[in-house]
Design a protein around this ligand. Sequence first.
Ligand code: CTP
Length: 339
Amino acid sequence: MWGERDRPSVEHISLADAARIAVVAPATANFIGKLANGIADDMLTTALMAFNKPVVICPSMNVNMYRNPILKANLERLVSCGYHVMIPESGDLACGWTGEGRMPEPEAIFHEVKRLLGPRDLDGLRLLVTAGPTEEPLDPVRFLTNRSSGKMGVAVAKRALARGAEVTLVSGPLKVPEPTGVNHIQVRTAAEMMDRVLERFHESDIVVKAAAVADFRPETFCEEKLKKEDFGTSINLVRNPDILATLGSRKWPDQILIGFAAETSDAIQKARVKLKNKNVDMLVLNDVSQPGAGFDCDTNIVRLLFRSGEDEQLAMMSKEDVADQILSRALALRRMAHH
Ligand code: CTP
């Protein structure tokens, strides 16, 4: 670490100064324990102690080591200090066990690095994002909902945060982990989502409405669990408020409002009508009938429709990349609206 007697160097500092990002892959339980507790007794931990730029940690170990509560606490500590911890993959492990603990694929690590080094072009902007399904209860144990996982909205929230925005996420029950670093407001029903979104709307520069809001709710909510005998053969439904349309009718010209539409046929014509009626600046059209698009998928195939009449078909890409494309267009629209 210290060079030769006649050629002294402080290698751990010059390493830390030279790099824009550090990646530790594989990161062992021992290394994670040292880093989380400030132990710097070798080249790696000492260089990282002097490193004040993004650090990506890829925990890789036996599944039982990974589940050890001490390791978990150390990872939480690192995350709360701003380290980027990648979730290990599940599968066959070098030790013969099967479970979580595999190092993420190099391509996934590369992606994370690229993301972290990306531009902070949304600095100073406040984003409001909605995600996930809503749940419309019938009684304490039953509800109506839909297949939305929340992946698309969460990807938008994460990418906006990485690009420097201040992000509020209003979501129904998510099937994916909640992103760290965003102001997350959890709701259940469309009516609750409406209230929370309206509270925040006036202080938002860009609003991305990726939530799959239930269009209907049961007419009555029964406080007690309904008995078979009480049911009959039909449930009366009433319309939920349309949050996007409400925002469209209230927005300022420089607020950028982005809606989503999931269609299975005649997609573009229907979406154009929706864009106009709901007064949105951009509509992200998912054709949910295609493989590689829509609910629960990690990828998406979307077409972006603009108020100007233009539209743009994007190739199949990850939801995070779709999020980046949406955010870049939103930023361009925002700049246009401001000039
Ligand atoms: N949306 C909303 N409030 C509702 C329903 C939908 O804010 N009560 C928003 C969604 O967040 C999304 C867009 O509107 O941005 C989705 O519209 P979609 O469900 O495709 O359209 P609908 O107008 O419900 O049309 P359809 O008649 O096709 O169901």
